[in-house]
Design a protein around this ligand. Structure first.
Ligand code: TYC
Length: 102
């Protein structure tokens, strides 16, 4: 039969789309009450930042209102948000942490 793929002359390069898992930004929100040092501690403890890195990001949140503190798979992002929210609540600070799809 004519029209079989192997007989047609135009070579169409097969380029299967690589599936990447969706990524989620974890955001830290500013508020008027959480102590700066507490936020720095959270960034060191849950996001593996150095003290100076953590201080820098904390100041960005303080000045701009929010900042992305990391980009993770859904499960890791969800865990980080839960850990920060739980730690803040236990210390009776209103610090808010959320996630959004990148
Ligand atoms: N704005 C707070 C203060 O002046 C500090 C702060 C920084 C709070 C970052 C939350 O995500 C935050 N004490």
């Amino acid at each position: 039969k004519s029209g079989d793929d192997h007989e047609t002359s135009v070579a169409t390069k097969m380029r299967p789309k690589t599936q990447r898992p969706p990524l989620y930004k974890v955001l830290l929100l500013n508020d008027d009450y959480t102590p700066m040092e507490f936020v720095v501690h959270v960034l060191e403890r849950y996001f593996g930042m150095s003290h100076s890195q953590a201080f820098e990001i904390m100041l960005t949140v303080h000045k701009k209102g929010l900042a992305v503190v990391g980009v993770f798979s859904f499960e890791v992002a969800e865990t980080k948000v839960a850990q920060v929210m739980d730690f803040s609540r236990r210390h009776q600070h209103p610090l808010q942490c959320t996630m959004e799809k990148e």
